[in-house]
Structures are given as C-alpha cells and as structure tokens.
Ligand binder design. Structure first.
Ligand SMILES: [Zn+2]
Length: 272
C-alpha cells in the first residue's frame, strides 16, 4: 500500500487549496472542494473495506452510490490544508443511496465534510448526467464576482453577456455562460437543490452576495473557469463607473465561436 500523502490526486488537491487561498478567494473557513475519485485509484492507497467512521449526509443521491470523494472539511481553513492535509481533508465513499458517507481517510480530529456537502453532491449528480468526465465541484468567494452581484442586475443572460464582453477569452472558456442564484441561506439542502438545477445548463453558478460554484473535469479546469470569470468581473468593477467607449460586439463574439469551435449559449448573442 502506498502512502496517500504521495497520491497525485492528494498533492493536486493540496496545491489547489493553497493556490485558491493565495488568490484571496477563501478567507477563514470560506470555500470547499470535492473531487470524484475512481475506486482503482483509491485502492492503491487505502483498503476500501476499512471504514473509520460513518457520517450521515442528511440527503439522498442514489446515482452517487458507491462513489469516492476527496473533500474539504467543515470549519477548516484552506490556508492550513498544506500543513495538515489529514485533518483538513477527508476521503469518503457514499452508501445507502447517498444518505451515509463512509470515512476512509482524513478528518483526523473527528471533523467531517464541508457544510456545503449537499450542494456539492447534488451538483456532482447533475454534472455527471451532462458530462460523465466531470470530477470536480468547487466553491469559493472571488472578490470581484461577489462585488459585481451588488451592482449588476442578476439576470443570467445580462450577467453572462457583461462577463463575455470584459475579455476576449471569456466566451471561449465559458460559452455555456454563468447561472445566478439570488441570495439564499447557505448550507441547506434547498440551496443544494437550487445550485444543482442551475448546474444543468452551466458549469459556473453565482451565489449572489456570497460567492461562486464551478464544476469541471479536473481541478485545473474548475479553477481555470473561476479564474477567468473572476478576471472578467475585476475588469467590470474597474470600468463600471466610467463611460464605456468600446466593447466586444456580438459580431466579434461570432468570430470567436468560429475560430475556437465553441457555441455560445442559445439565444445569448444576437443573430449573425
Ligand atoms: Zn461560501
């Protein structure tokens, strides 16, 4: 059995948490990540039948039965993940149609998974229906996107179009756009279900006055999506109060679609 601390998935998770903290997106215990793992990958490092504890999840997600997730812990600081991964992270397997999580490694101080576990697991279930390769759900508090939800209207099409107009690469990186949830109480099954529903049509879901959810095939893709949207929001916050002289037109967006072989979300651009 190899030491899990040397597992590429664990190293990448620790690096991602550290990097997100360095970007200022995960103050205090803000933010959480869940990464779907294969059983064959996990069993190089752990005995799958050696369960340390079982933890009720408080929801059901039958399609995730038997799946393994590496996930950040509740109340834990991204800042500290690199110094004590076995305390701040945990590896769980979902059983009983998702109602129970079996802890196989981590949460060594008796802790448990993030309070946003319902939003993560329900989002995984929906994203896997759209894309069987989706492995990551990531939540954080990117400063400029959060700021934007105070001054920009929350209509999804208008919010998306503003971000697309802020830098040329945006429509290429997230042609599916950004969905938006109005302010809701976090940590509940209700916000979990609402987030998952929004994940049907986009990989980025803004939580107004709170933060952002991103999903992707791997940690790099989810991080890159958030990074790109946050850069666009930063530009918006720098220029929103100034007279707008130039923009990226819909005709130019169509050129980007053609050049990069992407298709903008239906109905979000004017006809060619
Ligand atoms: Zn949050």
């Amino acid at each position: 059995m190899k030491d899990i601390i040397s597992a590429p998935f664990l190293i990448e998770m620790v690096r991602t948490c550290t990097n997100m903290y360095a970007h200022g997106w995960d103050e205090r215990n803000g933010g959480n990540i869940s990464l779907l793992l294969d059983e064959t990958e996990v069993s190089k490092y752990l005995q799958p039948d050696c369960v340390l504890r079982t933890i009720p999840t408080g929801f059901s997600a039958p399609t995730l039965e038997g799946k393994y997730f590496l996930v950040t812990g509740t109340g834990k600081y991204f800042k500290n993940v690199q110094y004590a991964p076995e305390v701040n992270l945990g590896l769980v397997r979902l059983t009983e149609e998702g109602r129970t999580a079996e802890l196989l490694w981590g949460f060594a101080d008796g802790g448990k998974f993030t309070s946003e576990f319902p939003a993560h697991m329900m989002s995984h279930a929906v994203r896997l229906e759209q894309d069987p390769d989706n492995r990551v759900v990531m939540h954080c508090h990117p400063t400029n996107l959060l700021a934007m939800t105070y001054v920009h209207d929350l209509d999804e099409k208008r919010f998306t179009r503003t971000l697309w107009q802020m830098c040329t690469e945006c429509i290429v990186v997230f042609p599916d756009g950004v969905n938006v949830l109005p302010w809701m109480l976090c940590g509940t099954n209700e916000i979990g279900e609402a987030t998952a529903e929004k994940m049907r049509t986009a990989r980025l879901v803004v939580w107004a006055q709170h933060g952002l959810y991103g999903a992707g095939k791997d940690l790099d893709e989810a991080f890159g999506l958030i990074e790109t949207a946050e850069k666009a929001a930063e530009i918006y916050m720098k220029i929103a109060h100034l007279p707008l002289v130039n923009t990226i037109t819909d005709a130019q967006m169509h050129l980007l679609e053609e050049r990069f072989q992407v298709r903008a979300r239906e109905g979000y651009l004017s006809a060619e």
